[in-house]
Design a protein. Structure first.
Length: 631
């Protein structure tokens, strides 16, 4: 400023005061010009606002205070769109949106309407769709162009451009009928059609005979044949791929324990007095002191007065126990006492693998047949029915994703048979329930404790009620039956290859059981001898003693001709198969003739020719086997 003043004085310019006024005027003019430049022109605002580097994103609170009559479209650095329209013609709104976003938008015939919208920080596609949907319009992208159509026209174009196909979907696990219902109800278009392979209506069941005459049943896997648009078929394929997965399995183990305790106590006293007869004159056949069974009364004593007083309570006491008797002159006194205890335990432990949501049943017991007669006015028809008793377990598992299994289960343990009138009777213990059980856990699904006590008294009327002495004229029998039933259930969800490992372990256990049973047989049995000879043959073979190995293998087959492993060892040692050549030339006549015409020399059954790869004998010289193989 000081320099400017000095310059003014030096060159004779206006005075300092005058220069100050001019400078003030210039500043005011500059401010006015700047304000005019920054003021938004209505025409400019109707087009677009320049992209600025303002840190405040488009669509912030600054734009929320805009007047409703303002019309603008702004695009931020992130390509997000903020716009405000109020009754703007659709063509103008589309133009204002296309210019800042640099999109090629074409309005087709019949496209019209107005737009009233306030959108903040949305994508271009969302903004365009919001503007079109409110006017019943849609768009379609073809290369770099976006064509706007009425929705009806757009639907026609899409239908005309869609390709109709027919595809076949092969199912591995799911039922075709179930998949058809899902696809038809929710996925296919109006022109879509579904056809499936024949549905197997009936499966196996223990209560019904198996139908075997099913020669025309489809033997292939379940398949669906679907006709529809290609894009819909792609979605159907994705859904089927997620539905048709390998079902899960559970291993169900039920333990049914039934314990019965039967306790009987009986006491009977027989008192016999005979008068008027001398026992010594009778041909007595009485069995010692157990009872009085005499012969015929002598004829010369029939005219005398005779009498007998007798109680017969020993007959009510089962045989066994304690019997005590005294016979003196004409008096017999007998006591029989019995305490009998029967303890019975029945344990059933069925195990079975089952698929998710599939019915399963295990029956271990017996089936008794009986006749039923149906009588009509003209005929009587007899049919045979069966009563199944034993251990029966019926179930259906529902496997959850949280490690729990819901089980519909009906375990049953019963005994029974047929009466003398050929009528069936059954004594059963069973439970029907619907439970939740965690994988690998055991729960109690049925428990029963029942005790029945019976006290029986038989006596001479009046005399049996006399204190102390009344015991001579009565018998007592007490019976107690105690029953206890426990049903336990364990469920294991089979994961990955656990079912294969479990089956292999069970198969090995069966072999161990079989070998254990064989070891208990006599040493000179043919099968035991064959197994011993085969073991010795394998020892000789491991040590290179081929002649001894062949001898023991032949003895093993001699004792047990069906010993397959010994027969294979003999073939390997002899380098030939005796069963390839038989006395009959008819068996392979046609085959030999065909091979001979074709000039082919091929051994029967496709076996390789000798020599076989055999272990070396320690007595052989080095190089002897190599020379034999080369020859």
């Amino acid at each position: 400023m000081r320099k400017d003043c000095k310059m003014v004085k030096r060159i004779g310019l206006p005075s300092k005061q005058r220069l100050k006024r001019r400078r003030t005027v210039y500043c005011v003019a500059a401010v006015v010009v700047a304000l005019v430049a920054l003021a938004p022109d209505p025409k400019v605002r109707a087009q677009s606002s320049p992209v600025t580097s303002d840190a405040t994103p488009a669509g912030s609170q600054k734009n929320a205070t805009l007047d409703a009559s303002d019309q603008f479209v702004r695009v931020g650095n992130d390509k997000r769109v903020t716009l405000h329209f109020s009754g703007t013609p659709l063509a103008d709104a589309i133009r204002m949106l296309s210019e800042p976003t640099q999109r090629n938008i074409i309005l087709t015939e019949g496209v019209d309407g107005k737009v009233s919208a306030s959108l903040y920080n949305v994508s271009f596609e969302a903004a365009l769709e919001a503007m079109l949907v409110s006017n019943g319009l849609g768009y379609r992208m073809e290369g770099d162009f976006i064509f706007v159509y009425p929705l009806e026209k757009l639907a026609e174009l899409e239908q005309a451009g869609r390709r109709i196909e027919t595809r076949v979907y092969r199912l591995s696990y799911m039922n075709a009928k179930a998949v058809k219902e899902i696809v038809e109800e929710s996925m296919l278009s109006k022109i879509g059609k579904v056809a499936i392979t024949p549905f197997v209506e009936k499966g196996l069941g223990s209560q019904e005979p198996v139908e075997v005459n099913k020669g025309d049943e489809a033997a292939s896997a379940d398949m669906l044949i679907i006709t529809d648009y290609a894009d819909i078929l792609d979605e159907v394929e994705k859904v089927i791929r997620q539905l048709d997965v390998r079902p899960r399995q559970v291993l169900i183990e039920a333990t049914i324990l039934r314990a019965t305790l039967n306790e009987d106590n009986a006491l009977g006293i027989d008192f016999t007095t005979v008068g008027g007869i001398d026992f010594q004159t009778l041909n007595s056949t009485s069995p010692g002191a157990q009872d009085i069974t005499t012969g015929n009364t002598p004829q010369n004593q029939l005219g005398d007065t005779t009498f007998t007083v007798r109680t017969d309570f020993n007959a009510g006491v089962p045989a066994g126990g304690l019997t005590f008797g005294i016979i003196k002159d004409q008096v017999g006194f007998f006591i029989r006492a019995l305490e009998q205890i029967t303890d019975t335990d029945i344990l059933a432990n069925p195990k079975v693998l089952a698929l998710n949501k599939q019915f399963g049943e295990v029956i271990v017991g017996r089936r008794d047949g009986y006749l039923t007669t149906t009588i009509t006015e003209t005929t009587a028809v007899q049919t045979v029915e069966f009563l199944e008793t034993g251990t029966v377990m019926t179930f259906r598992p529902f496997i959850g994703n949280d490690g729990y299994v819901r089980m519909e289960i009906h375990p049953k343990d019963s005994t029974g048979g047929l009466t003398q009138a050929n009528l069936p009777f059954e004594q059963t213990t069973e439970v029907t329930t619907n439970i939740m059980v965690k994988d690998g856990h055991t729960i109690l699904i049925g428990g029963l404790f029942r005790e029945v006590s019976t006290a029986t008294r038989a006596q001479v009327p009046g005399l049996g009620n006399i204190p102390v002495a009344g015991a001579l004229f009565r018998t007592t029998e007490d019976n107690t039956v105690r029953e206890e039933v426990i049903i336990l259930l364990t469920v294991h969800i089979i994961k990955d290859q656990a079912d294969t490992r479990a089956s292999a372990e069970l198969r090995e256990d069966v072999e161990r059981y079989r070998v254990g049973m064989r070891s208990g047989m006599q040493q000179f049995g043919r099968e035991r001898l064959a197994q011993a000879y085969y073991s010795w043959a394998m020892e000789h073979l491991a040590n290179g003693r081929l002649d001894k190995a062949l001898w023991d293998a032949q003895l093993a087959v001699h004792n047990f001709p069906r010993h397959i492993h010994a027969a294979k060892l003999i073939e390997k040692l002899r380098e030939e198969r005796a069963w390839e050549s038989e006395a009959s030339t008819i068996r392979t006549f046609v085959r030999d003739a065909i091979l001979r015409d074709q000039g082919i020399k091929q051994p029967a059954f496709g076996r390789p020719g000798p020599p076989f790869d055999m272990p070396r004998s320690p007595t052989d010289k080095p190089g002897e086997y190599e020379r034999a193989e080369s020859e």
